[in-house]
Ligand binder design. Structure first.
Ligand SMILES: *Cc1c(COP(=O)(O)O)cnc(C)c1O
Length: 472
């Protein structure tokens, strides 16, 4: 049908279907700096560039779909976190958000530490030269091999998650003749205000040791966490350095951290009173939110550092404790905003009065977050500017699932056509790291761009890669 069927206002606007969207943006060509990486800009020609490179050139050279990561932005975020927390605190980047050798080198050079939660992440970190003492090992079910490799390498911290693990790490360290620094992960009874599947500090969950005793208040500190402390303090091969809490993900409200810090300091006080030791470290985890759409309004690292620092200082002073060294573990807040996924438009299916389904050459295999968490993203036409009217769209992938949605509700220009390039911003965290081979999709490459140079840091999978694993 004719593109001018709805000359006034957005197409399909006469019957607005259910969905999460506001009015179409005033200018579909504008790029909101809240969701795009630092060096992304629309060039005078109309296409979008990152690090000085036109996305059409990137698509030609590296193919689509591809994750395009702004190295300048990644490093700047590392520095912002590092500087905000200063020399009295440690920033551990959560490697599960996205990890590769190049990222490990950037972190190392920018003075960050690194959280890993599997043998694979540990291997990547060590291989790329992260000093072991700057690595922390997490996980609720670490294998004997993972524990042994971490202790042997000399990781700076193992975060103990269960009673069984206390015994296993102690045994391994003793056998290797080491005294392993450890923290105890506690659940503080805080439910972060975020999606249920990514809220992790309420007590009915697999992670950590509860502060609260059965049925009693979380403040009491009579629970498994206090018992874990007792056990660890009795073991010569373990050096208890602190208490760890991670309350969830994509959190905007600092209130959860406030309660968490208060309860952790409560445990530190109890440890001092009961055992006469003041533990030197407190780790409040990660989970700081980012902007996926312009409606999200995350805090800057310096605001977060100030808020957390103030909370911990206040609570410790009230308890008469020396202020311990603070650490935080941002993953998403560093990697998330630094990359966009570049897709090519294929099939367009227009449902009159409803929306247009825009199919791209990837989907749930490269971004599972929309299907898994109802995550919201934004999207822009990046291979050219367009003066066409806004068209209510749903960006979908090429997989055999109707839930294969990348961006549920978005306005794209009505002259969108096969071959156009779309970019979905804020895909630097939990997209490549959660990518799958569903439908035998080949996982996309990660291309790092900096100062007019682009290079592959994780290459695209090939059919040969797939077939190599298939040995039947
Ligand atoms: C996932 C995780 C993080 C990072 O969470 P983000 O939401 O990416 O900041 C930090 N610490 C622990 C223990 C985690 O499991």
């Amino acid at each position: 049908m004719s593109r001018s069927a709805h000359p006034a206002g957005p197409r399909h606007a006469d019957v607005l279907p259910e969905g999460h969207y506001t009015a179409p943006p005033a200018d579909l060509n504008s790029l909101d700096p809240r969701v795009w990486a630092q060096t992304v800009e629309r060039t005078p020609e109309g296409a979008v560039a990152v690090g000085g490179l036109d996305v059409r050139r990137l698509a030609e050279e590296f193919g689509t779909p591809a994750y395009v990561m702004d190295e300048t932005d990644f490093r700047a975020r590392c520095r912002a976190w590092r500087d905000a927390f200063g020399s009295d605190a440690d920033v551990y980047y959560a490697g599960k958000a996205f990890l590769s050798r190049a990222v490990v080198r950037w972190l190392h050079e920018e003075g960050l530490n690194l959280d890993v939660c599997s043998g694979g992440e540990l291997a990547t970190a060590l291989d790329a030269g992260m000093p072991a003492e700057r690595i922390a090992l997490h996980g609720n079910n670490k294998s004997d091999e993972e524990i042994e490799r971490a202790v042997e390498a000399g990781v700076g911290r193992i975060v103990l998650d269960s009673f069984q693990e206390i015994a296993r790490v102690a045994h391994t360290a003793a056998r290797l003749g080491r005294r392993q620094p450890v923290q105890i992960r506690v659940t503080v009874g805080v439910e972060a205000h975020t999606h249920e599947f990514i809220a992790t500090a309420h007590e009915d969950q697999k992670f950590g040791l509860a502060l609260a005793g059965g049925g009693s208040s979380s403040e009491a500190g009579e629970g498994p966490a206090a018992e874990a402390v007792r056990r660890v303090l009795m073991l010569d091969s373990l050096e208890l350095t602190g208490i760890h809490s991670h309350i969830g993900s994509q959190i905007f409200d600092m209130a959860g951290f406030e309660v968490s810090a208060r309860r952790v300091v409560g445990l530190l006080t109890r440890i001092r009173d009961e055992h006469g030791v003041e533990l030197p470290e407190i780790d409040l985890g990660g989970g700081l939110g980012i902007a996926y759409t312009p409606e999200d309004d995350p805090r800057e690292p310096h605001e977060i550092a100030k808020a957390l620092g103030d909370i911990v200082t206040r609570e410790c002073e009230a308890a008469g404790l020396a202020v311990p060294r603070l650490s935080v573990e941002p993953g998403r807040a560093i990697a998330g905003p630094t990359a966009f996924t570049l897709y090519e438009v294929g099939t367009l299916k227009e449902l009159e009065g409803l929306r247009t389904y825009v199919s791209v050459d990837g989907g749930m295999s490269d971004n599972i977050r929309t299907a898994l968490y109802d995550a919201e993203y934004s999207v822009a036409l990046v291979s050219r500017a367009s003066a066409a009217e806004p068209m209510l769209s749903r960006v979908v992938g090429k997989h055999c699932e109707s839930g294969d949605i990348v961006v549920r509700d978005a306005f794209l220009p009505a002259d969108l056509a096969p071959g156009d390039l779309l970019a979905v911003p804020a895909t630097g965290a939990y997209c490549r790291s959660m990518a799958s081979n569903y439908n035998h999709a080949l996982r996309p490459p990660v291309v790092a761009v900096r100062d007019g140079q682009a290079r592959t840091i994780v290459r695209r999978e090939t059919e040969e890669d797939l077939l190599r694993l298939d040995v039947g």
